[in-house]
Design a protein around this ligand. Structure first.
Ligand SMILES: Cc1cc2nc3c(=O)[nH]c(=O)nc-3n(C[C@H](O)[C@H](O)[C@H](O)COP(=O)(O)OP(=O)(O)OC[C@H]3O[C@@H](n4cnc5c(N)ncnc54)[C@H](O)[C@@H]3O)c2cc1C
Length: 418
């Protein structure tokens, strides 16, 4: 079934949808709308070349994440490999103390996949001829019955619906709402991936099939296994994905951390290979002081750590005539919710459902769609802030003390870490 454009219904044209941004939310929306018969095209600013050839050379900007039910459902509905077959299953969560002892365990089955893998899975089922890399959308103009999208190279295209899926620094959002600006939360996530085979069997086993956490005052570290660079799931070929949330005051200190080796100050993301060596060295010293040994080793053995400052963003509206915002372009929620991607998926699924139910009446569909998406975004934003506060992230250090456990049997000793 094709969804027909309400403004072009007379000549039975399918609904023409343009999407700015071809990452996870853009691809999910693209797929969902393509499947209901829309004439949809995605325009992605980046060229996504260079780092992981098997996955089309996509820059692994999100490293890895926990798969939520919505993602599972979306993949299954689009005939894409289920996360269990392309990701790593974790059976339980384990919490460790400052001396690497396990102080709490709970059974929480979850699947983790890498950003590369999800992107690759979505990308391979979206028609190539409708996905345009190195295409920046710079703005749009709309009147009652006409919407025109402008591109960096001077081209213009008409459409019935424009979806801003262009992330935290969204050009579309900036044209629509001037005062919706991402707010820095006072801490960054140091992130990294290490090949599993770098560690001893004992350490690899310690992390295998588990989601490991360490909570310190005003900091949190976590780690789980993800597939290898080319999707390998076999023991010894996988990678350990770790995160270390660490307070960095805004201003001079954040600027120092986010200044890359070429002197450029990055705002939302410091990619692999750009973090200055002196900053990494300083963090090694901090890691030695505050982290359990097993996390110190993860940090030390990471070739190219990368940094993601944590931001909050919310918008008062997601719909502006025939233009809407989805994913991180509308709401950026803290990673503790593990919901950034599932939120994007829900935005996409429900938009397609709304358009189908309205028979292609864009304005009616968007009117129905917006309140639920706003409620979900606001809820997740508050949840993320609450979780961050619970770990005192973004708050000044209190008195710091590593809690030592006396349970010798659960200890990983220094000698057998590598
Ligand atoms: C560094 C990083 C790490 C993350 N880690 C996790 C995680 O571990 N777990 C989790 O659930 N979520 C994580 N997220 C969030 C998660 O990736 C997003 O919530 C989710 O992928 C939705 O992203 P998005 O597609 O809306 O935006 P993004 O992934 O930011 O994509 C926006 C896309 O739009 C493109 N673009 C920007 N401007 C233009 C323009 N003018 N024209 C055309 N294209 C444009 C960009 O190149 C980019 O590809 C992370 C996000 C980032 C940025």
């Amino acid at each position: 079934m094709q969804v027909k454009a309400d403004i072009t219904q007379q000549n039975s044209q399918p609904l023409r949808v343009l999407i700015a941004g071809g990452s996870i939310s853009g691809l999910c929306a693209g797929l969902a709308l393509h499947c209901i018969g829309c004439d949809v095209e995605i325009f992605e600013r980046a060229s996504y070349q260079g780092v992981a050839p098997t996955f089309g050379g996509v820059q692994s900007h999100g490293a890895a994440f926990v798969v939520q039910m919505e993602i599972n459902r979306f993949l299954a509905e689009h005939g894409i490999s289920t996360p269990e077959t392309v990701g790593m299953t974790s059976c339980k969560r384990q919490y460790i103390s400052g001396d690497d002892s396990i102080i709490w365990e709970e059974s929480t089955p979850q699947v983790m996949i890498s950003w590369d893998m999800l992107y690759h899975q979505l990308r391979k089922v979206f028609p190539d001829e409708r996905y345009h890399q190195r295409n920046s959308v710079i703005g749009f103009q709309q009147s009652d019955n006409c919407l025109v999208v402008h591109f960096e190279d001077g081209r213009e295209q008409k459409c019935d619906l424009l979806i801003g899926a262009d992330g935290i620094d969204s050009t579309i959002r900036q044209q629509l709402i001037l005062d919706a600006i991402p707010q820095y939360a006072g801490y960054v996530a140091w992130r990294g991936l290490v090949d599993e085979n770098v560690f001893s069997l004992e350490v690899a086993k310690f992390f295998a099939e588990k989601f490991t956490f360490f909570h310190g005052p005003s900091m949190q570290t976590l780690c789980y296994l993800v597939p290898g660079l080319n999707g390998e799931l076999d023991e010894g070929k996988r990678r350990l994905n770790w995160l270390w949330y660490f307070n960095v005051p805004d201003g001079e200190q954040l600027n120092a951390v986010m200044t890359n080796h070429q002197g450029r100050v990055r705002k939302f993301f410091m990619p692999q290979g750009e973090v200055r060596e002196e900053v990494v060295q300083q963090m090694r010293v901090v890691a030695k002081k505050y982290l359990p040994e097993i996390f110190q080793y993860l940090f030390e053995l990471t070739d190219k750590p990368f940094i993601q400052p944590i931001y909050d963003l919310s918008v008062p509206r997601m719909v502006f005539g025939r233009v809407c915002l989805i994913g991180d372009a509308a709401f950026v929620v803290r990673p503790h919710t593990a919901a950034g991607i599932s939120k994007a998926v829900m935005n996409a699924i429900e938009l397609a459902q709304g358009l189908q139910e309205s028979g292609g009446d864009v304005l009616a569909a968007l009117k129905q769609w917006e309140p639920i998406q706003l409620a979900m975004g606001n809820y997740l934003k508050v949840l993320g802030v609450t979780l961050g506060d619970r770990f005192r992230l973004g708050h000044p250090f209190g008195e710091f003390k590593i809690i030592n456990s006396t349970d010798e049997s659960a200890k990983i000793t220094k000698q057998n870490l590598r």
